[in-house]
Write a protein that binds this ligand. Structure first.
Ligand code: AMP
Length: 282
């Protein structure tokens, strides 16, 4: 497994990979890796010959008062996790490599970015769309894998690749959870033990919503209220949103008739957690 931090070096290596007729898959991450990330790598390896993982804490997707500076960074731990699972290369650029002086381009995806995390984190998805476009242009992968955990991000990437005619297959990976149901996240390590224990309420609440929808409750107001109530049963939880949306365009739905995605963002102390679950009408 080779580490690359500069763009010409990884491009040179990728040219030899392609010349050998091998397909390339990209798994973009911000590092501080956990089993959720590793599941993306394994899924990529089922589709391509050569897997590249990028590790870049992208400054442009963090707001001025967000956790960019304290976001966990663990290059040695990341290397130890990736080495045994057959990753060919890691691309871990410095900020100045991705955003040299004079960088002036932002990719904006409208519509799908407007609600949910787009509303509470202004500019976040511009940063995501811009960095993912750059990573796609640097690596030129045949496929790229993104987690369903960040469902709105996945919808943004799908919209962007379709709109900009990017010839890259986007593959969604299911959410990997801790034994108590909490979705794995690099940010879980911010939680103190009491917050960590309480955070399992998110999964229980989503399961409750899923059970209600499966047993015939279709009204979004009723479903949202039930998920909301369950979460507020945890004293440390501060709900940012609970919404039920169309998984393709992230637009709110009024009734759950076929499938709809229940999306939540909840703060525990200073830690913001997101999760989601598909509701399937019974
Ligand atoms: P991040 O490093 O948090 O930017 O995440 C990198 C990729 O891993 C994104 O596509 C995430 O959706 C995905 N991911 C993060 N956590 C999980 C998880 N628990 N299960 C599945 N995918 C995940």
């Amino acid at each position: 497994m080779t580490f690359y931090s500069d763009i010409p070096a990884i491009r040179n290596w990728l040219a030899t990979v392609r010349a050998a007729g091998k397909t390339v898959g990209l798994v973009p991450t911000m590092g501080a890796l956990h089993d959720g990330h590793l599941s993306l790598v394994r899924l990529a390896a089922e589709h391509v010959d050569t897997v590249v993982v990028s590790i870049f804490v992208n400054p442009t997707q963090f707001g001025p008062n967000e956790d960019f500076n304290r976001y966990p960074r663990d290059p040695d731990g990341d290397r130890a996790l990736l080495e045994p699972i057959g990753v060919a290369a890691v691309f871990a650029p410095e900020s100045h490599e991705m955003y040299p002086p004079g960088h002036a381009t932002t990719v904006t995806v409208r519509g799908v970015t407007e609600g949910l995390c787009g509303a509470s984190r202004p500019g976040h998805f511009n940063g995501v769309a811009t960095v993912v476009t750059k990573l796609f242009n640097i690596v030129r992968p045949d496929v790229a894998v993104f987690g369903q955990k960040d469902a709105q991000q996945l919808a943004v990437i799908r919209r962007m690749t379709a709109d900009l005619n990017m010839e890259i297959e986007i593959i969604a990976a299911p959410i990997v959870r801790e034994p108590d149901g909490l979705a794995m996240s690099s940010r879980n390590r911010y939680l103190d033990p009491d917050e960590r224990r309480q955070a399992a309420v998110i999964y229980r609440a989503l399961e409750h919503g899923r059970t209600m929808a499966a047993s015939g409750v279709t009204g979004v107001r009723e479903l949202v209220a039930a998920v909301h109530d369950e979460i507020t049963g945890a004293p440390a939880a501060r709900i940012e949103y609970v919404d039920i949306v169309d998984p393709g365009n992230m637009a709110p739905v009024e009734d759950v008739t076929g499938e709809a995605l229940c999306m939540v963002a909840v703060r525990f102390g200073g830690t913001r957690l997101i999760d989601n679950m598909m509701l399937i009408a019974g």
